[in-house]
Design a protein around this ligand. Structure first.
Ligand code: TXA
Ligand code: MG
Length: 317
């Protein structure tokens, strides 16, 4: 912790665990420290970062917290995998929000993350600790694989239990609008505050969450996504015939359609699938020329976030 704090105060970056994915943190007040993060990741310059703080951090020092429903969301879901986008007071580096007048703030629930954030007592700008566009890391080992030699320290807090990135929710308007789906679902937010919409960019409109426009979360091998398990079986057999190293990513109920040694099994519940997805993609890319993914059947709740990540990992096919 002491070493992490020293590195951060010198403008460096440190990887730390959260309950969603590992973060690559830097002092959000420093232009140079924040720029360093973009450089390490190879991240597009127009994709803003989330500021991470501990539970007792004074939010009013960073943002205008003027919506009563936002308070309810905080009380209901924080600490936890929900990022809230507020109007910014401009107290952190302008590089954090890439010129937007808003600031995304997150209070992670992982005990190691809380301990780290309390210890350094700084607003920490942190994207996921992967090379830009690769699958997000859910263990210290994943961070090491992507960033070995590029950062001086990884705080190892074990496997991230949630497995997909936080829900990003805009709280500047009349009602909450989800910009990125995640483990806090639209249904959960509706239950807490009555109304919640999921943002869908309109044709030609500038997207409100710039991260949405990039290909993301992709493994290094080829991928294909199937709606129909039977079509995946046919494609599997065809790939095998060609001598390709082919693996299947699917929920447990389809696993029996394939030889078990080639199955990356997502499990049965949406929470299982969120927790396993990125590990399985990272495991798969090491051994496969191609991963054939079968889209799970369920769609609502937490599954919306899982499907969003599966679509992005298999973008284009
Ligand atoms: O679970 C998470 O959120 C993880 C862990 C490390 O906390 N972090 C994470 O950060 O996923 P990143 O940088 O990979 O994704 C941040 C997302 C992007 O889609 C970005 O566009 C959006 O949040 N975002 C950040 N600031 C924003 C803002 N002011 N307005 C709208 N969207 C914003
Ligand atoms: Mg990311």
């Amino acid at each position: 912790m002491a070493e992490a704090k020293r590195i951060l105060l010198e403008g460096g970056a440190v990887a730390f665990p959260t309950e969603t994915v590992y973060g690559l943190g830097a002092d959000a007040r420093s232009d140079a420290a924040v720029e360093n993060i973009y450089r390490i990741k190879g991240r597009p310059q127009d994709n803003p970062l989330i500021v991470h703080v501990h539970l007792n951090f004074d939010l009013n020092s960073l943002v205008y917290d003027d919506k009563p429903y936002a308070k309810v969301l905080r009380q209901t879901f924080l600490p936890g995998p929900l990022t809230l986008v507020y109007r910014s007071k401009g107290r952190v580096s302008s590089r954090v929000s890439c010129g937007l007048d808003t600031l995304a703030v997150r209070v992670p629930s992982h005990p190691g993350a809380q301990e780290f954030l309390r210890y350094v007592n700084l607003p920490i700008a942190a994207p996921s600790a992967n090379i830009s566009k690769h699958v997000s890391p859910v263990s210290a080992e994943h961070v090491y694989f992507d960033l070995n030699g590029k950062i001086p320290l990884i705080l190892d807090g074990g496997a991230s239990s949630g497995g997909i990135e936080s829900t990003v929710c805009d709280v500047t308007g009349e009602y909450p609008v989800i910009l990125r789906q995640g483990l806090v679902s639209r249904e959960m937010i509706e239950k807490a505050v009555g109304r919640c919409e999921v943002y869908v960019p309109k044709e030609g409109e500038q997207v409100r969450s710039p991260g949405m426009k990039y290909k993301h979360y992709a493994p290094k091998c080829k991928t294909r996504l199937f709606d129909d398990p039977k079509a995946a079986v046919a494609a599997f057999e065809e790939e095998k015939k060609q001598g390709g190293r082919v693996y299947i990513l699917c929920e447990s109920k389809y696993a029996t359609l394939f030889p078990s040694e080639y199955v990356l099994d997502l499990g049965t519940t949406p929470e299982d699938m969120a927790a396993r997805l990125y590990s399985l993609l990272r495991q798969g890319e090491k051994v496969a020329d191609i991963i054939l993914a079968v889209r799970p059947q369920e769609t609502g709740g937490v599954m919306a976030g899982v499907l969003n990540r599966m679509n992005k990992a298999c973008a284009g096919e």
